[in-house]
Write a protein that binds this ligand. Structure first.
Ligand SMILES: O=P(O)(O)O[C@H]1O[C@H](CO)[C@@H](O)[C@H]1O
Ligand SMILES: O=c1cc[nH]c(=O)[nH]1
Length: 320
C-alpha cells in the first residue's frame, strides 16, 4: 500500500541502502557508489546541484508517456484530483533546463514524458531510476500511459498489459551491450494489472481489457503498416502477421513496453502499461480520428490511473 509519509519520517538502513519493510528502487551498477557526483544530464538534475531526497523523496507514483503536453495535462489533472492547493495551471517543468524530456510533480505523483521509441524511453528510465534511488524513494509504482494500435478490438479500448512481447511475440527484450545481446524478461506485475482492471470497472463507457502488448522498433514497417515511405510486403502478409499476433494473445502494438517492463522489473519498480487503442489494425493503418476524439481517447488511461492513484492514497489515509 502506498505511503505518503514525508521522506524524513522513514528510517534508513545505511548498511543496505534500503528502508525497513519497504521496497526500494535498486540500481545495479557497482560504479555508481564510487562516483563523487551523478549528473542526470537529460533531466538537467544532479546529486550535487539538487537536493534529490528533499525534492523527490515522497514520490510514490510515476506516470510516463510519450508527449510532453499530454504529461503536463495529466499532471494538471492529478493536481485537481488530489485536491492540492491552487489550480495547478502554472505547474513548473522540473526539467525546463533541457528540452529532451519534461517532468512535473503533483504531491506524490511524478509525470514525465519519454519521447517515442525504445532508445528514448530507455535513456529517460536510466536517469529516472537513478533519481528515485538517489532520492531514497520506496514503494514506487510506475505506469506508462500511452496510445497504441489495437488488434481485433474496438478503437478507444484501453489495454492493460499483462506481458510485453517483441515482434516475434516473445516475452523478452534484447539489449545489445558492447557486442553481446543480453535477453531480459518483460513480465509485468500481474497483481497490479488486475487491480487496474478492477478499478476500470468503476469507470463507465471505457472498454478495458488485459492482454499482451507488442512493442516494435518502428511505427511503419515494424508494425506491418502499408502506408509508410517504404513497404516491402503485401496486404495479405500484413494481415497474416497481425492475425498471428492476435492468436498469440497480442491486443495492441506500441513502441516502449518491452524495455520499460525489463528495466523497471530489474530495478524493483512495480510497473504497468496502460494504453488506449486509436484504431483496429485489422481494419486499416491510418489514424484518422478527429482532434476531439483523439484528445478524449488519450484521456482514457489518465482517468483510469488517476482513479487508481486517488483510491490508493485514500485507502492509506483511512488506515492511518
Ligand atoms: O502515446 P505514446 O506514449 O507516445 O506511445 C505511442 O505513440 C508513439 C507512436 O505514435 C509511440 O511512442 C507509441 O508507443
Ligand atoms: O498504431 C499505433 C498507434 C499508436 N502508437 C503506435 O505505436 N502504433
Amino acid at each position: 500500500m502506498a505511503s505518503i509519509l514525508p521522506a524524513s519520517n522513514r528510517s534508513l538502513r545505511p548498511d543496505k541502502n534500503t528502508y525497513e519493510g519497504k521496497r526500494s528502487v535498486y540500481v545495479k551498477n557497482p560504479y555508481l557508489d564510487a562516483m563523487d557526483e551523478d549528473i542526470l544530464y537529460h533531466l538537467d538534475l544532479g546529486t550535487k546541484t539538487h537536493n534529490l531526497p528533499a525534492m523527490f523523496g515522497d514520490v510514490k507514483f510515476v506516470c510516463v508517456g510519450g508527449s510532453p503536453n499530454r504529461m503536463k495535462a495529466f499532471a494538471q489533472f492529478m493536481h485537481k484530483e488530489l485536491q492540492l492547493e491552487g489550480d495547478g495551471e502554472d505547474i513548473e517543468d522540473i526539467c525546463a533546463g533541457t528540452d529532451r524530456y519534461c517532468m512535473f510533480k503533483t504531491g506524490p505523483v511524478l509525470s514525465i514524458s519519454h519521447g517515442m521509441g525504445i532508445p528514448s524511453i530507455s535513456i529517460m528510465l536510466h536517469e529516472l531510476i537513478k533519481l528515485l534511488h538517489h532520492a531514497r524513494c520506496c514503494d514506487v509504482t510506475i505506469i506508462r500511459i500511452g496510445t497504441s494500435g489495437g488488434i481485433g478490438i474496438a478503437p478507444g479500448s484501453v489495454v492493460i498489459t499483462d506481458t510485453a512481447v517483441d515482434s516475434f511475440f516473445k516475452p523478452r527484450f534484447e539489449q545489445v551491450i558492447l557486442d553481446n545481446v543480453v535477453t531480459r524478461s518483460t513480465e509485468l506485475d500481474k497483481e497490479l494489472a488486475n487491480d487496474l482492471l478492477n478499478c476500470s470497472r468503476e469507470i463507465p463507457n471505457i472498454p478495458t481489457l488485459i492482454g499482451h502488448t507488442m512493442c516494435t522498433y518502428d511505427f511503419y514497417e515494424g508494425q506491418g503498416r502499408l502506408d509508410g515511405a517504404l513497404c516491402s510486403f503485401s496486404r495479405e502478409k500484413k494481415l497474416d502477421y497481425l492475425k498471428r499476433a492476435y492468436k498469440a494473445g497480442v491486443r495492441n502494438i506500441e513502441m516502449e513496453s518491452t524495455v520499460f517492463a525489463a528495466m523497471c522489473g530489474l530495478c524493483g519498480l512495480r510497473a504497468a502499461v496502460v494504453c488506449v487503442t486509436l484504431l483496429d489494425r485489422l481494419q486499416g493503418d491510418q489514424i484518422n480520428l478527429s482532434h476531439d476524439v483523439l484528445v478524449e481517447y488519450q484521456q482514457r488511461p489518465q482517468l483510469l490511473i488517476s482513479n487508481f492513484i486517488t483510491k490508493q492514497l485514500g485507502l492509506y489515509r483511512q488506515m492511518s
